[in-house]
Design a protein around this ligand. Structure first.
Ligand code: S3P
Length: 427
């Protein structure tokens, strides 16, 4: 699909973006491993989360309502999964693959996981190596670094793992493997990454020990099925937040947005950029903080984005780069080398496409520097690199371009935000 975006001001309306991708994945995973029913509402029907759910179906988990936002997962208990008869295809989803490897490592069966072209290029050694230290047997291309990967389930031994990277996928993978090990498994991170796994494990009845950057789980717990209400995804909301901020005479309300402090780094940055936004009706649902966000057009100021905030807004950096083009002064994004191993190299992709749109931007190994404010010329065809967040970031840039833009291969948007285009039309 090609997406054509015409410049448009006065964005107005109240919208609810779809469910949180990270929480949706975890609701199926823990729901499957729990005893009893897990009822999920607000599940993200994006391809990534559907792929996680389909993989559990292949391992004998009954799921009612797959494809809709309301699902019932009939948990099989920690040791109730069955050997899948065919390959588990996880599409574009790094979260599915890395977390799934942690679960598969401790089964008493054989499984093969694979993914699309992008996922097959993403580094899996970051989980395969620590899982190997726990006794896992995982084989794949490039010495076990690249999918397709074969997992021969083993009895796992507990570990204390000091992760060199602040990655929730790595942390969650080891904690999930730790459910199958005897004794206590500990992960220590260099900076705090999103903690949805920890919150949901506790919500499902597992005892964790969390001390700053250190998280421990005791093996062989009993998880109990729960009701999970998935909040709207702050990463998806961010496209609309920035669209309103950089637009003339815009006023949007984004409903029920998840504001977990390990995810809401974008709000810290937007405050530093003097963005005009307000949090309304703050509340807590299934251990996760939620609020509505009211946002207006703003005169943004440049800032430096780096250090410990990076893991809290890692997925929002492409859209923050678009915001930076409209901010007064020089915005610096640093310490963000992880962006180079996402669905695509997001530093290179954003720098290339912003330049194509007529924006001046300096590429750095760990980020970029964007002077502002600059006008976005447009009148060109941009590439998505088959990366949903690149496609949506460019679409938002197109709203304030001088001339219409086109984004090729925009189908990838459905991996995380199936109704993005409809909501854009609504506002
Ligand atoms: C995710 C963690 C992040 C994020 C991804 C979802 C998760 O990846 O970029 O979109 O659900 O755990 P890393 O853990 O690799 O930083």
């Amino acid at each position: 699909m090609e997406l054509k975006i015409k410049p448009k001001d006065k964005l107005q309306g109240t919208i609810k973006v779809p469910g949180d991708k990270s929480i949706s994945h975890r609701s199926v995973m823990l729901g499957a491993l729990a005893e009893g029913k897990t009822e999920v509402t607000g599940f993200l029907t994006g391809e990534d989360c559907l792929n996680t759910a389909r993989a559990f179906q292949k391992m004998g988990v009954e799921i009612e309502g797959l494809g809709s936002e309301e699902m019932v997962i009939h948990g099989v208990g920690l040791n109730g999964l069955q050997e899948p008869e065919s390959i588990l295809d996880l599409g574009n989803s790094g979260t599915s693959m890395r977390l799934m490897l942690g679960i598969l490592a401790g089964q008493d069966f054989y499984a093969v996981v694979t993914g699309d072209e992008s996922l097959s290029k993403r580094p899996m050694a970051r989980v395969v190596e620590p899982l190997g230290d726990m006794g896992a047997e995982i084989y794949g291309r490039d010495g076990g670094n690249l999918a397709p990967l074969t997992v021969i389930g083993q009895n796992l031994t507990n570990q204390e793992y000091q992760s060199p990277v602040a990655s929730a996928q790595v942390k969650s993978c080891i904690l999930l493997a730790g459910l199958y090990a005897d004794g206590t498994t500990t992960v220590i991170e260099p900076a705090k990454s999103r903690d949805h796994t920890e919150r949901m494990l506790e919500y499902f009845g597992t005892e964790l020990n969390i001390d700053g950057l250190e998280v421990s789980v005791i093996g062989q717990p009993k998880l109990k099925g729960q009701k999970v209400v998935v909040p709207s995804d702050i990463s998806s909301a961010s496209f609309f937040l920035v669209a309103a901020l950089i637009n003339q005479q815009a006023e949007l309300i984004l409903e029920d947005v998840g504001l977990n402090p390990t995810r809401a780094g974008i709000l810290e940055v937007l405050t530093a950029m003097e963005a005009d936004y307000e949090l309304l009706d703050k509340r807590l649902e299934n251990q996760e903080p939620i609020a509505d966000i009211k946002v207006n057009s703003s005169n943004l100021q440049a800032t430096t984005i780096g250090g410990a905030v990076i893991p809290k807004l890692i997925d929002e950096l492409p859209i923050l780069a678009v915001a930076a083009t409209q901010a007064e002064g020089e915005t610096v994004i640093k310490d963000a080398e992880e962006l180079r191993v996402k669905e695509t190299d997001r530093i290179s992709a954003m720098v290339t496409e912003l330049r194509r749109l007529g924006v001046e931007v300096e590429e750095r190994e760990d980020g970029m520097v964007i002077p502002g404010p600059q006008s976005i010329k447009g009148g060109c065809s941009c590439r998505s690199y088959d990366d949903h967040r690149i496609a949506m970031s460019l679409a938002v840039a197109g709203l304030i371009a001088q001339e219409e833009i086109e984004i090729t291969n925009a189908d990838c948007i459905k991996t995380s935000f199936p109704n993005f285009v409809e909501l854009l039309k609504d506002i």
